[in-house]
Design a protein around this ligand. Sequence first.
Ligand code: 13P
Length: 248
Amino acid sequence: MMKYFIGNWKMFGVPRSIKILNRINSFRSTDSNRNKYRIVITPPYTLLETFAKKFRDKKIIIGSQNCYQKEKFSSNTAAISPYMIRAIGAKYTLVGHSDNRAEGDTNTILKDKVKFALQNNLKVVFCIGENKLEKKNNKTFSVLKNQLVKVLESKFNKNNIIVAYEPIWSIGTGKIPSYYELLNTSSFIKKTLKKIFKKGSPEVLYGGSVDEKNVHVFREIKEIDGFLIGGASKSSKKFIDIIKNYYR
Ligand code: 13P
């Protein structure tokens, strides 16, 4: 089963930061496990075209962190459409990251984003996750179910969708779910996805404080098909060590 290591740079990087990708690419090209995983990096929009061009024929795939929900072109200031993202050679987009949900992305908007991104031949990494209070009140499953059911539909091509489970309380905090917590939650997500998509289901990634020291915890959970990595993806050494330690 193909695994994913997706690095979400968030608001980080300038043109010379390409050296991080160059180092990751050199590691990958000689890594004996390289055919078992896929690397995707989502830099900010300002670097998308340069990185996508530079890595067009290489094995690091470039994606965007968000996209606009409708129209190829529009009069909406600062909006970037999936059409524009695909046109410069990026192949993936994140949709529904908790940062964007916090800024007003509702389920209705997210559904349009997923639909429009798919129509424009982008692979979608759809992010879901509960916050600290929801977890405390035992609402995790109902929150996740709602986020999945309200946005995903069986008519979407499941092969072009990946779901990333990112508990908000874990993002950037150094806190991660316990092995059993994640085992239960990821099985619940897979089960819910199988109901939505009837046959088979999209891959499920985990995101939230993943680093080179804790990645082994997740290795045994077969429902987890890879990782969405924030902070640690800004260091080539940490990102490479995450991959190395995963396969150790
Ligand atoms: P951290 O790995 O920094 O916790 O971020 C996770 C994340 O939000 C990736 O999208």
